[in-house]
Design a protein. Structure first.
Length: 135
């Protein structure tokens, strides 16, 4: 991994951004559950793409391997922070099965995106996602 410290920090942010979004839109969970359930994967996707691009700007080789490693790390970070909040307390108090089927599965978006970013970079043969072509 290019930078474990940076990867962990970005992983925390990938959890924090959707958590903040969920906090703001939580009233929709009762009044418009389908809308709430649609917003959350979008929030995870936006965070993963944005922070994934930021992460890959410093990667110079083994893009797919890096995408797998950082994506799985971020998924684990999100579940480790999120699961205790959803299972043991907080407003939802979900069962483990409900958590994995609902929220846990949504986090699979993260490695899907990071592996995709890595695959694109590997196919292009470029050194990193950057403004190398800009003057």
């Amino acid at each position: 991994m290019t930078s474990v410290r940076r990867a962990v920090l970005l992983g925390f942010l990938i959890w924090l951004i959707p958590f903040a979004v969920a906090f703001v839109v939580f009233p929709l969970r009762e009044s418009s559950r389908p809308l709430f359930e649609s917003i959350m994967p979008v929030a995870v996707s936006v965070a993963a793409v944005t922070l994934g691009v930021s992460y890959f700007r410093r990667v110079s080789h083994d893009y797919v391997t890096e995408g797998v490693m950082v994506g799985l790390l971020w998924l684990v970070i999100c579940v480790l922070i999120d699961a205790p909040l959803m299972l043991l307390g907080g407003p939802m108090k979900m069962s483990l099965t409900d958590y994995l089927a609902d929220i846990g599965l949504t986090y699979v978006i993260i490695p899907t995106i990071t592996v995709g970013l890595g695959a694109v970079l590997a196919a292009r043969g470029t050194a990193r996602l950057s403004q190398e072509t800009e003057p």
